[in-house]
Design a binder for this molecule. Structure first.
Ligand SMILES: *Cc1c(COP(=O)(O)O)cnc(C)c1O
Length: 402
């Protein structure tokens, strides 16, 4: 595509568009909340006080910078130079805390005294409950009643941290219903409440806001690669995509470096065309979900089709508008990995590197064999989270893991 001198994949238009994707499609009653955020987020993120406090908490609370680890046995196996960006070592076990720390600092500067969030598998709920405890703010997490049943340990964590977990009992009683409940709450409490969205999804400015807060991942990768390889630029950056926040963070400072190949890995579930999949970039068509125009899995009547993945964090029927655009413009390549391939990725990383990855992350690892990377190439895989939360799933699938 023709790029103008000022064109950047990083920055959406003033109305929040990445190419044809993005925007803010919200009910009129939500408009003031979104507008308040839109008009203030850039100034707040750029302010010295925000930057100082964000950096300090990322360092002393989250544990940043996370290491960039050269994975020698994986490198040997795939005949290329593999580095793992260790987001699994962040406090609470995944990258999600980078975003919730940033958003709670933003909420405080907007004068908000109450936090709400939606959660599917519970990871974003836990990351939100964590920063609310840290700041002493009341926290309500909406979660589908079915997910509350399925994700008992994370529900317990949120409660321990002082959050109230409210069940969403409409529809399929999963993530999209929890999101609807959170939006309803925000409309009812526009003045005192901030809604912390957990990925690069939702109406503008959320996708840009969350991408910027997660961009610390690629900022660190550049510095660390320079030290370890003599160049800031890898040949490949690989990350899994549910909504797309860890990928957005790992890609961000490479988006406008055309020599860096970006690889987004989705969940193919039982197989892309099996009817049990979450491979949105292949199966999705343009439509509006959770306030933005993007690719989503829907039937001919525009009804959202239920996504499936063994991994709860990739089980989302859309992708963020940035990723829809990276796919449509050819900037990123998308690969889909099945449940069984991801489980092999779990076993391989555990056995070869002594690191048990989250099931989401294992999708990115399982794509290593499909990159076409050679011995002189530098490949960075974003290790988005650790596998502790998935032990139950790993136990049930031990036959495929050992
Ligand atoms: C939530 C989660 C994901 C998926 O979310 P993104 O917004 O696509 O990053 C991936 N990995 C882990 C470990 C997660 O917890």
């Amino acid at each position: 595509m023709a790029a103008s001198a000022t064109f950047s994949y990083q920055t959406p238009t003033a109305r929040g568009y990445y190419g044809e994707f993005g925007g803010a499609f919200v009910p009129e009653m939500l408009f003031p909340n979104v507008e308040e955020l839109r008009t203030q987020y850039e100034d707040i993120l750029a302010s010295a006080s925000f930057r100082a406090e964000f950096e300090q908490l990322l360092r002393d609370y989250v544990g940043r910078p996370t290491p960039l680890f050269e994975a020698r046995r994986l490198s040997e196996k795939y005949g290329t130079r593999v580095f793992l960006k260790r987001e699994d070592l962040c406090h609470t076990g995944a990258h999600k805390i980078n975003n919730t720390v940033g958003q709670i600092l933003l909420a405080q500067r907007l004068g908000k005294t109450r936090i709400i969030a939606e959660t599917g598998a519970g990871q974003h709920g836990v990351a939100t409950a964590t920063v609310c405890a840290l700041m002493g703010l009341p926290c309500v997490v909406y979660m589908g009643a079915v997910d509350i049943e399925r994700q008992a340990p994370n529900v317990a964590r949120m409660r321990l941290l002082g959050a109230e977990v409210r069940p969403a009992t409409s529809g399929s009683q999963t993530l999209k219903d929890a999101t609807n409940e959170a939006i309803r709450d925000w409309i009812a409490n526009p003045v005192d409440t901030h809604y912390i969205i957990g990925s690069v999804v939702g109406p503008h400015p959320y996708p840009d806001l969350v991408a910027r807060l997660q961009s610390v991942i690629s900022e660190e990768i550049r510095k660390q690669l320079l030290e370890k390889t003599g160049s800031e630029l890898p040949d490949y950056v690989v990350a899994c995509v549910g909504g797309g926040s860890n990928a957005a963070g790992a890609f961000y400072h490479f988006l406008d470096e055309p020599s860096v190949r970006l690889v987004a890995v989705e969940a193919a579930g039982h197989g892309i065309h099996s009817g049990h999949s979450a491979a949105t970039s292949v199966l999705g068509t343009p439509g509006i979900i959770h306030g933005s125009r993007t690719l989503l899995m829907q039937d001919a009547d525009g009804q959202i089709t239920e996504p499936y993945s063994l991994s709860a964090g990739l089980d989302y029927p859309g992708i963020g508008p940035l990723h829809a655009w990276l796919g449509a413009s050819g900037r990123a390549r998308f690969i889909a990995i099945t449940d069984d391939e991801a489980l092999r990725g779990v076993a391989e990383c555990s056995r070869l590197e002594g690191i048990i990855p989250a099931l989401e992350t294992a999708h990115a690892l399982a794509a290593l064999g499909q990159l076409g990377a050679g011995p002189d190439d530098v490949v960075v895989v974003n290790l988005s989270g650790r596998g502790d939360k998935d032990l139950d799933t790993y136990l049930k699938n031990m036959d495929k893991l050992v």
